[in-house]
Structures are given as structure tokens and as C-alpha cells.
Design a protein around this ligand. Sequence first.
Ligand code: ARG
Length: 579
Amino acid sequence: MKDLIRELIQQAVASLIDTGVLPPGLDVVIQVENTRDRTHGDFASNIAMMLAKPAGLKPRDLAEKLRAALPTDPRISKVDIAGPGFLNFHQDHQALARRLDAALDDPRLGVHRDGPAQKVVIDLSSPNLAKEMHVGHLRSTIIGDAVARVLEFLGDTVIRQNHVGDWGTQFGMLLAYLQEQPEAGETGLSDLEGFYRAAKQCFDASVEFAERARELVVKLQAGDPACLALWRRFNSISLAHCQQAYERLNVKLTAADVRGESAYNDDLASVVADLDEAGLLVESQGARCVFLDEFKNAEGNPLPVIVQKAGGGYLYATTDLAAVRYRSRVLHADRALYFVDQRQALHFQQVFEVARRAGFVHDGMQLEHMGFGTMNGADGKPFKTRDGGTVKLIDLLDEAEARAYALVREKNAELGEDELRTIARVVGIGSVKYADLSKHRSSDYSFNFEQMLSFEGNTAPYLLYASTRVASIFRKLDQSTDQLPGAIRIEAPQEQELAGKLDGFGEVLFNVGEKGTPHVLCAYLYELAGLFSSFYEHCPVINAADEATRQSRLRLSALTGQTLTRGLQLLGLETLERM
Ligand code: ARG
């Protein structure tokens, strides 16, 4: 609806420019908001206040002229002028009711895209292997997965790329340690974290060990079969750990989505050669670099993007250049979205710019770094265990489930053990995910079990509960939500509020898909649940005054339930029938 209204206003502005009321060449951003009080219309725009000055008119007078110039549309029943000159739009409730009726009978809930679908690469999770996944990888995994699901639902072709760090100096260290302690092999590898720490200790303590580690990296990179075999074992164990975490987190990532740094190995020399051919390469102290005018350090000196070290080794940036080229030329992506820590912002700006200059990506391809902030502990400091170590993801998830178990048992003592466990899992894991998803990704966020498991506020337990409440209405009636008879009628103010919100689901999803911001969907679901509560409180459903009203309200309830469930699924949460 907001898009429609913006479009109508746009046309009115254009026609006032034609008739000379407004000066030509206006650069206007048309804002359309929901009204606070629906008795004054459903949507409002301050456009007349924005343009009063260039028009040389009082805002209310300009509002009059704009209103007269607005094209009519069957979805808008009337337009008022309010206050200092707001244009207030009343939507046609019958048209709205018909849209919602159609949405209820549509598995896509009435969400259809106008433009063509796109091919979107999503770079997500991407942990460094040879270490166990820790909480630092959580945000990329969860946020990237939610955006991938939303884009898929909107009809895009999504290609997930798990750009794991499977190639680098840390492997030399691990190989050296394994050589030294062959018996650490089988048992040691089941505890990758411990194995990594032990190897690191040797590396830091012994010059001779460190030297051997470096030699082994060179051997590995030269393709030595024995080193490669060991390296493969490390990676497969490490990836199996990741896969367990993905499954537990209900994240749609499989082995097929893994395309790690090593996959680009054979491409790196040609990346450097092509940069040279494009005239972008400069030698600086033996290293090969690209300098771009737009990147300078604090002193104003140009910052290099180093693509090859003096010793011949390649870098993180070189691999990313190869990867972005692959995503354009082989995967033919229209967009590539990178869900990576905000601290890598400069790296991505540089990589994207170099890739464009070198012609590695086709002109129309959108490249977007979807950065996110740091995950802190409840005290606002970086998230650590009590003794200062990094928190293992698996431990965190265990604790979430244990806490959810205690909570659910306390609230609902008569549940059987199996059901209790299922609910605890869905609520516990869902809470960890939702707490992350509901904050704007670019801000840092504090991890707080008490808050995320609360049944009040914008939390997973609240929303899961809200969706089960709708399900319980139909359970009581012993009725399924498909094939509900009747038609939606929008009368009471609470019905208007609820219906207007339901109608906005598609717009919210497109917004999430465009900006990579799942918190917008969380906020929407939270508001929807709140509006449903007041609707349910004020508008009797089962005991409605007449059959037509009862049918209408049941249909509204069913659509709310489906929207909540679908929304939670798109965020990557499992849902429950009851809790
Ligand atoms: N492995 C990297 C890290 O842990 C993240 C990789 C992100 N993706 C990329 N294409 N660079 O920092």
C-alpha cells in the first residue's frame, strides 16, 4: 500500500509540475507512514509540508492541490487533509478484505514479486577450519540464513557459499603437531579446540617447531600428497563439527554449500596476472599491490591492497578477488551479499572496487557487505567464558536448552518428558537465534539468557507462544485452517489494525531481502502478535454475534497464524503446535 500511495503522490507531483504549480526539477523523497490513529485514515504523507516552500504556497493549500491531482485508485476510498497539511489516505476496506481473503487461500500468503527474480549469492558462516566453531560465527550463520530464506521465498535463486578458511598458515602448525604426536591423532582430533591450542603452544614456544610448521605450509601448498591427505582429514573433521552445529541451529547449510578458500587456489596466479594486465598492479617493497585513490590512511597516504607478498604468498584479499570473479563469471550472480563482521568493512570496499576496475564482475552485479557488530556478554564486554576463553557454540546451545527446559517445566508441569524436551529445544535454540535476529545487525549486541528467554517483549518465547495461541483456537473448534468458509469483513478498529498489518507482510519481506535486515521482520511479527492480542480481546471470535462475523474473524485469525508461522520459519525458527 505504501508503494502504491507513493506512486499516486508521484503522479500528482508530476502533474502539478506540468501545470506550473511546482517548479520543475524537484528532487523529492516521498514519505508515507502508518497513521497512529486509524480514525484519521490508514496512511499519511507530509509531502505538502516538504514542497510548500518551493511551491510558494501554504502547506494546506498545496495539500488541496495535490489531493485534487491524485489519480483515483480502487484501493483508496478517500483522502483527507489533516493538521498542518498532512495527506491522510483511507484504504478501501472491502478491497483490503478481498486481498486478505486471497492471501489466505494462497500458499505464498499473497506475496508475489513484480520485477524479475534474481540470482543471489549469499556468503555466510565461513568459519576458519581447524578450530571449532565458536560464538563469533553465530551471527553470520544466523543472519545470513534468515536472509537467504526470505529471498528464496520471494522467488530469487539463492546460492549459499560457505567460504570457510581452510587454507593458511594455521594448517602448517597443525600438521607439525600431528607429525610430532601421531598418537594425538584420533583422540586429539575429536577435540579440535584442544588440539589447536596444544599445537599453538608448541608453535609459540619452539623456534624449531615454528620453522617446521612454515616448511609444512610450503609443502602443503606445493601439493605434497602426504600433507594434503592430513589436511583433508583435518578439514573433514572440522566440517563435520560445523555441520552438527548447523543442524542443531536449524540452518540450511550443507556440505554442498562449502566452497572454501582452497577452492580458489589455482586461480590466484591468474588473478594477479589479470590485475597486472589491467594496469592496476604496483610493486612496493617486493609485494604486489593495487593502490586506489579513494582509500587513504589517516595521514592521507594511499593504502595498498596487497595481493601477493614479497615471498610469493597470496593473501585473504587475493582469494576474495578470485571468489567474487567466480561468483560473477561462473555463478552468474546478479547480487552477492557478504554476511561478515563489520570490522572487515574496509577489506570488502577494497575488494569490490578492485574487482570492478579489473572487470572481474559484470557491470550490473550488486556487491554488498552486510556487516554486523560484535556479540558481547551481558556486561557489554566481548563474550568470553568466566576464565576468559572463547565460548564454544555447542556449550552455549546446551545451556540455552537447559534453561528453556527448566522454564517450560515450571510453566507447564503436566507436559510429558518427550514433549517437554522438544519444546525446550525449539524455545532454547529459537531464543538464541531470535535475540540475534531482532537487533539491527550493524550494532553490537549483548548476549543475555534472561532477556532472550523472557515471555514478555520482542522475544522468541513470546512469538512462539502467540503462534500457538492461534493454533489453539482451531484446536478447540476441531477445525483445520484450510478451506475456512465465509469471507473477511473489516469493521471494528482492532480488525482494521490487524488487517492493515497483515497486508504489509510482503512489503516487509521485500525490505528484509533488499537490505539484509531480518530485525525488520522480527519487529513486524512482534507488532502483529500484539495487534492480534487486542483483536482477540475486543472481538469475540468463537462467540461472535452472528455466523458471518464468526467466519470472518476465524479467517483473520487463520491468516494471522499462518503469517506468524511463516515469518518465524523465514527467520529460521522452528514453530510449535502448543507449548
Ligand atoms: N573466514 C573469515 C573469518 O573468519 C570470514 C570469511 C568471510 N567471507 C569472505 N568471502 N571473506 O574472518
